[in-house]
Design a protein around this ligand. Sequence first.
Ligand code: HEM
Length: 454
Amino acid sequence: MAETKKVKWKCMIPLEICTQNWHTILLVKAHHPLESTIMVGRYSLPSGCFRIAHLLFSLRVLVLMSVRVAARPGEPPLDVGSIPWLGHALEFGKDAASFLTRMKEKHGDIFTVLVGGRYVTVLLDPHSYDTVVWEPRTKLDFHAYAVFLMERIFDLQLPHYSPSDEKAKMKPTLLHKDLQALTEAMYTNLRTVLLGDATEAGSGWHEMGLLDFSYNFLLRAGYLTLYGVEALPRTRESRAQDRTHSADVFHTFRQLDLLLPKLARGSLSVGKHRGDPGGRGSFSLQGNMGPAAFWLLLFLLKNPEALAAVRGELEQLLSRTEQTVSQMTTLPQKLLDSMPVLDSVLSESLRLTAAPFITREVMVDLAMPMADGREFSLRRGDRLLLFPFLSPQKDPEIYTDPEVFKYNRFLNSDGSEKKDFYKDGKRLKHYSMPWGAGHNQCLGKAYAISSIKQ
Ligand code: HEM
């Protein structure tokens, strides 16, 4: 029963719904679109009805908020799907690559889709990516999304959390000219967790799955490298503590990691590639290294020719050093940096498996020029998505037999790194983008590559 004015539900745009007593009282503050007034209603509802009313109310709000029937002139083709508000969310969540391939066939290299109440403009022309990744934050923002994820997934608004500050704090460590210090620490910590765990297992041998192996050890060693060890100089006891502590951290992280994609998909319009940087803090970024190492090892194990080539390269390099591997306290950075065959294997394995969503929040109404001379308008509040996994990475025009692993795809005949790849007769600047590109390119790229190689 209303205690104040009678509210016409049909034409109200609600601003706020609050509850005084969860089961019985519903307070509605709403804006009347015709009268421009704020009306406040107080309703007493039978227990149980509240939840249904709340649900219907919320649904209506969501549908109202998401109505966009057609693209304006100059905007990319719009595809809202057949389900109100949800749009293409289900198909997108199930298999983004197949969905986006289908949309590309229907609409071309650029289109806007409705996904869970959000309008997402998808750009799939690799020649046009450069403009996007170098746009200033005031136009296309990467960090707004990280904050959004924090709020949605964790219901967390940290008063002092700023992704830009976090990035600034990480930069000096990760982009230090001399990577050697990080590489050395990683090498020592890898030995601590790998050899220590094996010794603790008794016989010296410990059996585990390849993914578990890659994920577990890289993440734990990475954690100790970036967040510090128990004591320096290391002792037997401190190493044991490092192992236990990092194993606990890994366990907790793994549980969260399994949970997050589900949560993200449930609450967001666009699911993120696992380990994408949005909002999970710097530690979580290291979670990318395990899967990357897993695929690298798997491709090597499945391709004897590739494995032999990498072995040959390593043996040749080691023959030039004065120490044997067992004598080395670290792998010299110079050695890690002069392995074009292993680099090619890593690039090829990332080309086939790394599928990050490069997303940006559109901060202002924007004109976006395409490389072919066309220009499209983007609306403030929409999201822009690049998906390099489809193109360039799996594009048959750029890579012959794109589904096939070719370990030397990124090698020239003289053994140097191959950088020339073409689409529409034009050389590509971005021919593979597992690390992103531009302002927000992965800060941990060099550290991650060194760690995986070790
Ligand atoms: C194989 C491992 C990794 C892959 C494939 C990877 C990939 C990526 C990608 C695709 C982006 C986003 C680019 C964008 O949206 O424009 C990114 C950003 C980032 N990555 Fe990585 N990453 C890896 C490992 C790491 C590690 C180990 C660290 C640090 C410990 C790290 C730190 C970062 C940071 C800080 C950003 C955000 C940059 C910014 O805010 O502008 N990444 N990474």
